[in-house]
Design a protein around this ligand. Structure first.
Ligand SMILES: [Zn+2]
Length: 116
């Protein structure tokens, strides 16, 4: 009996993790598309102050046009890459979780019992 309850809780926990993975993947892809839009359509609200000369520059600037302060690679470009990576990672995790979930004998038994 306890084992059964444990299994149900375990399965619910598994479903929760899989759903969370899917949600995180969707959020990562959404952030990626937002960054892509931002990269190709720089908008005036996307500004920041240069760390060394305090001039207003684009937040995606590779370097400050006033004093030459470097900001590494383009932030938007970086975050597009990381968002894609995170999105794919979470998506893979979710599918892997789904696969494990449906290989579980208990779950198969449950599905056969209640959905037939
Ligand atoms: Zn500057």
């Amino acid at each position: 009996m306890f084992e059964r309850i444990n299994n149900v809780i375990g399965n619910l926990f598994g479903i929760g993790i899989i759903i969370a993975m899917f949600v995180l993947a969707i959020l990562a892809f959404k952030a990626m598309f937002r960054n892509i839009k931002r990269k190709f359509k720089p908008n005036a609200n996307n500004l920041m102050h240069c760390e060394s000369c305090k001039c207003v520059i684009s937040a995606d600037a590779f370097m400050c046009p006033h004093c030459g302060q470097h900001y590494g690679r383009s932030r938007a470009g970086n975050s597009i890459f990381y968002c894609l990576l995170a999105g794919c990672g979470f998506l893979l995790g979710a599918f892997y979780g789904l696969q494990l979930f449906f290989e579980d004998e208990e779950v198969l038994f449950f599905i056969r019992t209640y959905f037939n």
